[in-house]
Design a protein around this ligand. Structure first.
Ligand SMILES: [Zn+2]
Length: 503
């Protein structure tokens, strides 16, 4: 990953910190470790919208079951999953300043090319020598590459049972599968989803919320019968939808319909093409433009050993191509392993009495990375400075309400409008301090899409002026129609021009 010349990344960080979107955790203490981030009111509001949109568009629409699993799990779970053995990063220490760094990342940065973290240690040592990679901090010589396990250990009680913070939310989903079959009448194919925290012991966390030790995931694991991989409801709706894909060994992105992905054997079946299409649609609607997103086909040497096919969903940001979602065909590996190690029955019996261990298609998305990518894609330069041009559905607040001046009954009328909208489940901010121009600018900065202003005429006509953030266009709307109009603008992403034509 390379840094962008014009400092776009720094601008995002500056605005994010200044508006308390995200900032270092425990910042008042000077010795706080890096790799931990807090989200302020605006950042948390946007995160809630991202998770809410994912829940609505993927979990609800695809009839998935949502669970919430514990974050601390016993070591036996990770013996079963294989994490204790193989969940390690290649690291290297500077012989001069003693700082540890990720070996694969240092080489990637030096040669400007992605180096798989799964490469053999000897191969990484060789590359460091060949490309004369040195310590980024002090230019010192690097030592030998070694493996560092990324599990974060925890102590509960007096430590009799070894426990770890989970490195990925999906393990809870696999462990929940037999219970869902028994108690929730789960029928294949069926997704089980979860949003929640995960932890990875990054040796040198950086690039802010995109590579933190504690992070949040939105995970969906779709369980299916591999013999019925081509029986997926709704495939016809996406069969002509073009999926943006970078094939292995190609340097040009292609747009390939879901149908063609299946027919040409690029993906193992319709179920997978269907979810690639749905994933692209959902993230695009959150505010990632199509031209900035792609699925990168991941080769055998780079993907997890149990995965039959991997398509990383990546977004082009100021940090380079950033992976937001790991899409893995995990086969029956996880259920099988947990069954073997725990002795539990992880199988499924279908209507015909056929007993199988289901296969799994995984859609594992990062919440914080999605937030970062959206901010990055939406950063715009306006007359009043930088602002985030967020989609109304993802914005921290649907609107802001301003009385033009603090007199002549305008604040009282504005408060009345505020109550009507809050009763209608809209999120908003009320602001009456400073010039109206300053208030617009403050709302724009954090991505509020619509500003409602109450002026002298509003009291006479029972209406407000709605101003759209991106165009600056203004339209007067009756208070009685306000909820309806805002609903169209926010939920249905209606073109603002259509509102003005209605007048
Ligand atoms: Zn050094």
């Amino acid at each position: 990953m390379k840094k962008e010349a014009n400092g776009r990344y720094e601008k995002i960080l500056e605005l994010a910190t200044r508006k308390s979107i995200f900032y270092p955790s425990a910042e008042v203490y000077p010795n706080s470790p890096s790799g931990f981030w807090d989200f302020g009111p605006v950042g948390q509001a946007i995160r809630r919208k991202i998770v809410g949109f994912w829940r609505h568009e993927l979990v609800y629409r695809e009839d998935m079951m949502e669970i919430h699993g514990a974050q601390i799990l016993p070591a036996s779970v990770f013996e079963g999953s294989g994490h204790l053995k193989s969940f390690a990063d290649p690291i290297v220490q500077c012989t001069k300043c003693k700082k540890y760094e990720r070996a694969d990342r240092l080489i990637s940065e030096k040669i400007n090319e992605n180096v798989p973290e799964s490469l053999a240690i000897e191969k990484l040592d060789e590359m460091i020598k060949k490309h004369k990679v040195r310590c980024p901090k002090c230019e010192g010589e690097l030592g030998k590459v070694s493996k560092f396990n990324m599990m974060v250990e925890t102590i509960i009680g007096r430590g009799e049972t070894k426990t770890f913070l989970r490195p990925e939310a999906c393990q809870s989903i696999f462990l929940n599968f037999p219970r869902m079959v028994k108690t929730m009448r789960l029928k294949l194919p069926c997704g089980i989803a979860q949003e929640g925290g995960a932890f990875r012991n990054e040796i040198s966390p950086r690039q802010s919320i995109t590579r933190a030790i504690e992070f949040s995931q939105m995970e969906a694991e779709v369980f299916f019968d591999p013999e019925k991989i081509n029986e997926i409801e709704g495939f016809d709706e996406v069969k002509n939808y073009k999926i943006r894909i970078l094939r292995l060994g190609k340097d040009k992105l292609e747009e390939i319909s879901a149908d063609k992905l299946v027919k040409e054997g690029i993906v193992p079946g319709k179920l997978i093409a269907y979810y690639l299409a749905r994933t692209q649609q959902v993230w695009n609607r959150m505010g990632i433009p199509l031209e900035k997103l792609r699925f990168r086909e991941v080769g055998k040497d780079e993907r997890a050993f149990y995965s039959l096919a991997t398509f990383d969903f990546e977004v082009e940001t100021s940090l380079g191509w950033l992976e937001l979602i790991a899409n893995n065909y995990r086969t029956d590996y996880d259920l099988k392993k947990h069954g073997e190690h725990s002795g539990a029955d992880m199988s499924y019996v279908d209507e015909d009495g056929k007993k199988i261990i289901p296969h799994i298609w995984e859609i594992s998305a990062g919440v914080d990375r999605t937030l970062f990518a959206i901010l990055d894609c939406c950063l715009k330069e306006g007359k009043e400075g930088l602002y985030f041009s967020l989609k109304p559905i993802i914005a921290p607040y649907h609107c802001a309400v301003f009385p033009l001046v603090k007199k002549d009954g305008m604040p009282e009328f504005a408060k009345k409008v505020e109550k009507i909208l809050k009763d209608g489940w809209f999120d908003m901010i009320y602001d009456e301090s400073g010039s109206i121009g300053r208030r617009y600018a403050r709302a724009d900065e954090i991505g509020v899409p619509f500003c409602l202003t109450i002026d002298g005429d509003s009291l006479k006509n029972e209406d407000v002026t709605i101003r759209e953030r991106d165009s600056g266009k203004q339209v007067r709307v009756k208070v009685s129609e306000l909820r309806h109009v805002l609903r169209d603008l926010v939920t249905h992403d209606m073109d603002f021009g259509k509102i003005s034509k209605k007048e």
